[in-house]
Design a protein around this ligand. Structure first.
Ligand code: CTP
Length: 420
């Protein structure tokens, strides 16, 4: 929320049907506290009216390079220099060609030429136009010039065809802007993350699982990506799409998560590779059914059913051992961050959680451990907030207030930067 507050964003519409999605982008920016200065090209007015854009942006629309109304006739320079970010959406093939060749024959091309600060480009066009060598050449040129490209995506196009050319959704364009403006404090670092619940199959239709939503892991992944890190995210069944730019590996069971995580750890700790950190937020089932029935379990006549469970491997413990082995060989030891979701109903019980968590941190070989009480207000599984205590291996302890998970992710990334 606070990120966009008081930031000024020039949102420039090119002339394409995807302009309706740009209206949503303006709405999102305003909702998050940004100031929006809208620019419409002449052809954009064929798709959206200046009045609609002005009403949503809460600011008059800039349309012309030469306006007697502008105090000094220098709108293009002021817009380019004063805004934090310029977003061009939709960027048509024509607009892209103009930008790539440095033309300055209308307000938008002139302001893009003046600008030395970040520009996000969201192309939208027919797939044939997108794939044409001329467009691809222009796009390569713009990327080399430092513009950030978001999309286009594949799917149904307005022209009736299927293919690449759809403009990225408003949320993704917003995220691209945020990535561009965020300080790159973890640039060059690779982070391995586990997130979400695991599912332990009983039979073809049932499984044992838990209430983890994956939100904490998602928030950390997002914060790390914004900070410039490479993120490998191994996750159980969750409802959210993986954060943009993460290498995501979907698994179901604890055993699958164990195998995938160890494989990724081994891959990224090979000589010549560098894993900076592993963060294990997943709520891994400690037990699985001792055997999976091939067919659906039927109701027993006596009204009871006993299940035999067997213990799953502990991923964090296994990584702790591997990390120690690396250290013994004088190799860089990635930072290991664990979580401990505990339940304490009373204050007395809550006071006992810290010594337990310290023991867990030492036993599993962690450098950092985030402890939370799932029964505390605002800390339930699946909630948008959490209150954690950060324990360092050195014994240092930080009690963080109740925060949005997004903010916990940001604070953790800050802590990692200090430690790495
Ligand atoms: N964890 C893991 N693999 C498991 C179980 C847990 O990697 N099979 C990780 C979790 O992702 C978390 C940490 O270990 O980072 C703590 O999990 P928790 O369930 O609190 O610890 P347990 O060792 O299962 O201890 P407890 O007896 O309290 O359940």
């Amino acid at each position: 929320m606070a990120f966009w507050a008081n930031k000024t964003v020039v949102v420039a519409f090119g002339g394409g049907i995807a302009a309706y999605k740009t209206l949503e982008l303006i709405r999102l920016l305003r909702e998050q506290g940004a100031r929006v200065w809208p620019v419409l090209t002449a052809s954009a007015t064929q798709f959206v009216t200046p009045l609609t854009v002005q009403a949503l942006a809460g600011h008059p629309v800039y349309q012309d390079l030469f306006t007697p109304q502008a105090a000094d006739g220098m709108d293009h320079i002021r817009l380019a220099q004063e805004a934090d970010l310029l977003i061009i959406a939709p960027a048509t093939a024509n607009r892209i060609a103009k930008l790539a060749s440095g033309l300055a024959d209308d307000l938008l091309s002139a302001l893009a030429l003046v600008r030395r600060k970040p520009i996000v480009l969201a192309p939208a066009m027919n797939s044939g136009m997108w794939q044409h060598p001329a467009t691809q050449r222009n796009i390569s040129q713009l990327q080399a010039d430092g513009l950030l490209l978001v999309g286009p995506e594949s799917g149904a196009l307005a022209c009736g065809e299927q293919g690449v050319g759809r403009m990225a959704e408003a949320e993704r364009i917003l995220e691209a802007g945020r990535r561009l403006l965020s300080p790159k404090i973890l640039l060059g670092h690779r982070i391995l993350l586990t997130a979400g619940p695991t599912r332990e199959e009983l039979d073809p239709v049932r499984y044992i699982s838990n209430r983890s939503s994956g939100r904490m892991g998602w928030a950390i992944a997002q914060a790390a990506l914004r900070a410039g890190a490479e993120v490998t995210l191994i996750h159980g069944a969750v409802e959210m799409a993986p954060p943009w730019g993460a290498e995501a590996l979907a698994v179901e069971s604890a055993q699958e998560m164990y195998e995938a995580t160890l494989q990724q750890w081994d891959k990224w700790t090979r000589p010549g590779q560098q894993l900076s950190c592993a963060i294990l937020t997943a709520a891994v089932a400690d037990y699985r059914p001792a055997s999976r029935r091939a067919s659906k379990i039927k109701k027993e006549l006596d009204g009871e059913l006993s299940l035999k469970l067997t213990q799953n491997p502990d991923i964090l413990l296994a990584l702790g051992e591997r990390a120690n082995r690396l250290a013994q060989k004088n190799r860089a030891r990635p930072l290991l961050v664990g979580f401990a979701a505990e339940t304490a109903e009373t204050e007395d019980a809550a006071a006992q959680l810290v010594p337990l968590a310290k023991e867990k941190l030492a036993r599993k070989g962690c450098d950092l451990l985030l402890l939370n009480n799932v029964l505390a207000p605002g800390c339930a599984f699946g909630s948008l907030t959490n209150q954690v205590t950060l324990l360092h291996r050195s014994g240092q302890q930080e009690i963080w207030p109740l925060l949005a998970k997004e903010e916990i992710g940001e604070r953790l990334v800050q802590t990692l930067q200090n430690r790495l």
